[in-house]
Design a protein around this ligand. Sequence first.
Ligand code: GLA
Length: 384
Amino acid sequence: MGAQQVREAFAELYGAEPEGVWSAPGRVNLIGEHTDYNDGFVMPFALPHMATAAVSRRTDGVLRLHSSDVEGGVVELSSDTLAPESDRTWTSYPAGVVWALREAGHPVTGADIHLSSTVPTGAGLSSSAALEVVIALALGDLYELGLPRWQLARLCQRAENVYVGAPTGIMDQTASACCEQGHALFLDTRDLSQRQIPFDLAAEGLRLLVVDTQVKHAHSGGEYGKRRAGCEKGAALLGVDALRDIPYADLDAALARLGDEDEVRRLVRHVVTEDQRVERVVALLESGDTRAIGPVLTEGHASLRDDFRVSCPELDLAVDTSLAAGALGARMTGGGFGGSAIVLTETADVDTLTKAIEESFATAAFTAPRVFEAVPSAGARRLI
Ligand code: GLA
């Protein structure tokens, strides 16, 4: 739905024009997976798919929520009594943001909200972060809270961690809030310092495809939390605040110190090598050698599959088929256990690759994947 349509739907629903319309995108992560909760490096970029929200303030504490993507009418809550939920529904994301803003002392006294999103859900493309960030940006503007983008992202992460109950890192919310069109975001998740890296693939005759395997993932489930706990155990055993503090040059020594902690050793090896892969990709892109990032992406996939063990047969098939059909590089993106893979390819090979992936899924009797091109797009912004 476009901004005008979302505005009109709001007016029809609530009987008055909204005060404004905002959008926040989903993302893909180019490289730097499962590093964000280890204080490490990530490199996402924004998708053209986005959540759009029409919003007006209220002064009576009432929070009314409606989504054109979900069956059912307006959900009415009281912003005074919001509390972390055990039952998660789509309303948990916008309500969680209102809760986080109020908890941080911001005087948000209610709102009427109508939402519509084009970010596929459960596809590892940050549909939740898009919902959170669009609401945080809208309320931040309307209530004139003066919050910088990185702080909006922190509040949204808190909504997701505490209110929704998913123990995720800071990457997705920061990507949605801070990405810029035509760029990938090199983000240090320890202090949220960031650099916009020009990433105009089309100009170089390249494309980045997203393969949504249609295998739904969920991060409030146990596996993501287990990996996170394993990484924290590794940091504790090695006497550092976070795995980010193990320099790549010291990796072998660190692994040797972990003795028979085989599981933790694999997690540590992934995180430390992945941080180094992000730095390699940044250096290659900054030196103009874009094609050379392909093998680094593929290395990242092997590490996520074999060491971190968050891939699945569909993601592996998408990656293996792409590479066999001539892709420059491919990897799963996002948290894993389903969701999407990304494929770096020459523009001329897009059709062949897409066909090869679709055929391989059909042969394996997997659900047909959705393959589309990812163009680095704008971050969250006010539309009307
Ligand atoms: C999910 C989380 C992020 C990050 C990735 C893995 O997308 O929301 O914080 O941990 O998984 O890189």
